[in-house]
Design a protein around this ligand. Structure first.
Ligand code: SF4
Ligand code: SF4
Length: 172
């Protein structure tokens, strides 16, 4: 993925919701270990009550419960958020945090991947080449996920301001 400096723009942003409710920071299985290692390296304290950084959420797809993992929140904020705009685990943050303001849905019945661009001041600053290389990364990364992870993430409520920028049929 091409490098792009988010924080210059984020620091000035007035948005109140990034990295906090109502959004989840979804964590895929293949990301857990490197986040745990970073927590150890930085000697981060998660909370007084728990040493684990993960919460389990459940969504229903065709009446079946699907579990997925998210980063814990304290007082509505992601536990890794510092000073409203800084991520304490920036180098190893979950893929879904890295790709924002791009995001996606996987539609299992159509086997289709849809890529969206979020409504965020970064969208005006980021080079087209970053968007293109990130779409390629998304395609590569999602093929490593379990179907349960893909579906559970995709049936979470979506912000209505998301704009479709690409549809990829026959994804898996
Ligand atoms: S809305 Fe965009 S610019 Fe604002 S904090 Fe979130 S990611 Fe950064
Ligand atoms: S891991 Fe970092 S980027 Fe992701 S929601 Fe938490 S603070 Fe934000």
């Amino acid at each position: 993925m091409e490098k792009f400096d988010f924080f210059k723009t984020c620091k000035k942003c007035k948005d109140e919701e990034c990295c906090r409710e109502p959004y989840y920071a979804f964590v895929a299985e293949n990301e857990i270990e490197r986040i745990r290692n970073k927590i150890k390296e930085l000697k981060l304290k998660i909370s007084d009550k728990s040493e684990d950084f993960i919460d389990i959420e459940v969504v229903y797809y065709e009446d079946e419960p699907l579990k997925f993992k998210v980063i814990k929140k304290i007082n509505k904020d992601c536990i890794f958020l510092e000073n409203r705009r800084y991520c304490r685990i920036n180098e190893v943050k979950p893929f879904d945090c890295k790709i924002w303001p791009l995001t996606y849905d996987y539609f299992p019945k159509e086997n289709k991947l849809v890529i969206y661009l979020g409504d965020c001041p970064l969208t005006k600053k980021m080079p087209k080449s970053w968007i293109e290389s990130t779409i390629e990364e998304i395609k590569k990364e999602l093929k490593k996920r379990t179907k349960e992870e893909l579906i559970s993430y995709s049936i979470l409520d979506r912000d209505e301001t998301l704009k479709i920028i690409k549809e990829i049929p026959n994804f898996l």
